[in-house]
Write a new protein. Structure first.
Lengths: 303, 432
């Protein structure tokens, strides 16, 4: 028999197939998975992959938002609409509530990235989640380049980079004792550009702040922060209206916008392909703290 | 920093394919620099990363921008000046997206190379032109062959330090070729490079007029990998059964999984293992609609025309082309646990395709010296990073092929039932 067909698989198809495989493995092997859904583009893509993995059935697990209380209104609106459309169960782990109840303490600088971790871990304990899907990608950051697809966490939610399970072929080891859990990263092998190509290919709607829009911003250390209830002008600073978009969506007090004219997904792809600064380096005040900022947070149980 | 002439467009498109490769080298042979160079020459490195590396190089007193610093990840590693684990890197050209499994070369890291090579289409081994082949180069070539990585590239690095002497290249190339002939290596390409200066990395160098092969990047972009997939033997490990509990979709029962090998089409007669029941394919579904055929590495959902009891861990294949249904398995096992050795008589959990079982080690035929390939038949166990031929008995049958014929249905992992750690990687030689 002669082989005439090329049986071609594009890189996006291969990445999609791998992510779907990973999600099905988790559903088959764990009792209580949950998908971390922030309304950011990576978690949106992850949710689409979950839809695809279990179609025509519904997504068979809940989603959880670790809510710092510092949100972009457009993102919250998107989150609620998406959850309603897909008929999902949404768990909100609220940092504000944890502060109000004294479970965590507000940091002197008012940032809440770091105090998300105990709130996340408390929710994991309360709902006894044993697998948590996260949208982290290995291309994002040095510490993440060494992360596994199935990342084992002990009963304190800690990541130990020196004590990771070898991951061979597509044989993922999700075994754990009660109280321990596995973080699962189905987008491990995707890059920022892959995510955008996929959003274009699948025509996935995103919160409007991912596209260029006019916004009142203040420039700090070369980054453009929206002036809003979380970020106020300091002495000597002036705000201006600029055309910007967000490359990442995190805590609204920590996430900066980039100057951009890209108001469609195609224009964003062109911009991302041409850009010279990493996505976290351009937009995340939280990663600038030290060279090992992410490594330290991951050890404590961060995503 | 010297600028390599870039002969490639840099904006990747959505129509590329994917190549996974593993890199291996010994200490100081310039592997990190080579990877840094690939990232730099494909414009994968961003301005903020380059600034950070330039600053770090300057503070160390390096005379050049030390591209090796780009891939040094964790603080724990920087402090000790070592790489402790497999790191994954990404770059793309308009033709391909590349995933690099960057594995440290130090002697105790056989475990990491095996891990990186398990999913690789290609292995890239580095040697220092001044030192020639060392024990580790042979070990890396052996592991490439053991893990059935279909393509091997040997980069003879630091050619600038031997004045681009063709005789040096020829000597190493000849020696490596004759060593590789003893192993099962399908496709070997040998390239003289200087990772530091970028010679023969992204484009052909004027320093090696006697070399008429491709640059490394050109080779990575063009090496033919589509035929590496097994499109003959239909193997579809059932991963998950989809049965919607819904009023709109009724009576749907689909078997979800990723095609391990072969091509499945609606109407095909199939056999389900271990039961041996036969049926025909009613349809192959994806969330984007039904498809006419499914082939590796597609994740799909298969529906059958007959109601057969099928669950996770079962395998869909063809009636006249089926894997072994076997509880006795002979395999090469690479041991990955530092806390306890593999022992004859010990029991482990085993994961093979989507099937989990328990297994007992019935025998250890020999331990293989990965440097000399000498077989030690007196060995009574396998320590961390040791490889040996092992006989296993499993609690339920595995649906298995020889690893040499099928990397997906021929590979397994062993898991310690107490610690839950992945302690061994196995490649099946014979299953019955």
């Amino acid at each position: 028999m002669t082989q005439t067909k090329p049986y071609r698989v594009s890189h996006l198809d291969a990445l999609e197939a791998e992510s779907i495989f990973v999600m099905r493995e988790v559903m088959a092997e764990f009792e209580r998975p949950v998908l971390l859904f922030s309304g950011g583009k990576d978690s949106i893509v992850m949710l689409r992959l979950a839809e695809k993995a279990f179609a025509p059935a519904r997504i068979p697990f809940p989603v959880m938002h670790v809510d710092t209380g510092h949100n972009f209104a457009e993102v919250l609106e998107y989150r609620d609409q998406r959850v309603a459309t897909l008929g999902l169960n949404l768990v909100v782990a609220s940092v504000q509530e944890a502060i109000d109840s004294g479970h965590v303490r507000e940091l002197p600088d008012g940032t809440r990235n770091r105090i998300q971790t105990p709130v996340l871990l408390a929710a994991v304990e309360k709902y006894r989640f044993d697998a948590l899907f996260g949208g982290a990608r290995r291309d994002e950051e040095k510490a993440r380049a060494k992360e596994r697809m199935f990342s084992f966490r002990d009963e304190f939610g800690q990541w130990d980079p020196k004590n990771q399970r070898p991951e061979l072929w597509a044989l993922y080891n999700g075994r754990h004792h009660p109280g321990e859990s596995i973080r699962v990263f189905p987008l491990s092998n995707w890059t920022e550009l892959d995510v955008w190509h996929y959003i274009a290919k699948e025509r996935i709607p995103l919160p409007s702040i991912y596209y260029a829009h006019d916004r009142e911003v203040v420039e700090r250390n070369g980054m453009f922060y929206a002036v809003n209830e979380f970020i106020r002008l300091r002495d000597g600073e002036t705000s201006e209206v600029r055309r910007v978009r967000y490359r990442t969506v995190g805590d609204a007090s920590q996430t900066a916008a980039v100057l951009s004219e890209a108001d469609t997904v195609e224009k964003v792809i062109d911009e991302v392909a041409a850009t010279r600064i990493t996505e976290r380096g351009a937009t995340r005040g939280d990663d600038k703290v030290s060279e090992a900022a992410m490594e330290d947070r991951k050890r404590e149980g961060y995503f | 920093m010297s600028q390599a002439v870039l002969e490639h467009e840099t904006a990747p498109s959505a129509r590329m394919d994917l190549l996974r490769f593993a890199t291996a080298g010994s200490v100081d042979d310039g592997k990190s620099t080579l990877i840094g160079r690939l990232l730099y020459d494909t414009k994968t490195i961003f301005a903020d990363q380059l600034e950070a590396v330039e600053a770090a190089s300057a503070s160390r007193g390096d005379e050049y921008t030390n591209l090796a610093l780009l891939t040094d990840g964790l603080r724990a590693e920087r402090e000790q000046g070592i790489t402790i684990d497999v790191a994954y890197r990404y770059f793309a050209t308009p033709k391909r997206k590349f995933i690099i499994a960057d594995t440290p070369g130090h002697i105790q890291y056989t475990r990491n190379m095996v891990t990186g090579a398990s999913t690789a289409d290609l292995a890239l081994i580095l040697v220092d032109a001044r030192k020639g082949l060392v024990e580790q180069s042979r070990r890396h070539a052996f592991l490439t062959s053991l893990l059935r990585v279909p393509h091997l590239v040997l980069c003879i690095n630091k050619m600038d330090l031997v004045d681009w002497d063709k005789a040096v290249y020829d000597k190493i190339a000849d020696e490596f070729t004759s060593f590789a002939a003893k192993l099962e290596i399908g496709d070997l390409t040998i390239i003289p490079v200087s990772a530091l200066n970028g010679d023969n990395i992204a484009s052909r160098s004027e320093n090696s007029p006697w070399y008429d092969g491709p640059s490394l990047l050109h080779h990575l972009e063009h090496v033919h990998i589509a035929s590496d997939r097994n499109l003959v033997d239909v193997r579809f490990p059932v991963q998950y059964v989809i049965r919607p509990q819904s009023t709109t979709v009724t009576d749907y029962r689909g078997y979800a999984g990723q095609v391990a090998s072969g091509v499945l089409k609606p109407g095909d007669e199939v056999m389900v293992l271990p039961s041996g029941m036969t049926s025909t394919i009613a349809g192959i579904d994806t969330a984007d609609g039904p498809v006419d055929e499914a082939f590796p590495p597609m994740s799909v959902t298969v529906r059958l025309n007959d109601e057969i009891d099928i669950s996770r861990g079962d395998m869909i294949c063809r009636p006249h082309n089926a894997p072994a249904v076997a509880q006795d398995v002979e395999a090469m096992v690479c041991w990955m646990d530092e806390s306890a050795p593999l022992r004859v008589g010990a029991k482990y959990a085993i994961k093979h395709t989507t099937r989990s079982a328990r297994t007992v080690v019935r025998g250890l035929q020999y331990r293989l010296d990965v440097n000399t390939l000498h077989r030690d038949e007196q060995a009574d166990g396998l320590q961390l990073n040791e490889i040996g031929r092992v006989r296993l008995r499993t609690t339920v049958p595995l649906l298995a092929d020889e690893y040499r014929r099928n990397r997906t249905t021929g590979g397994f992992i062993l898991v310690d039932e107490g610690t839950n750690r992945t302690v061994g990687a196995g490649m099946i030689i014979e299953a019955q």
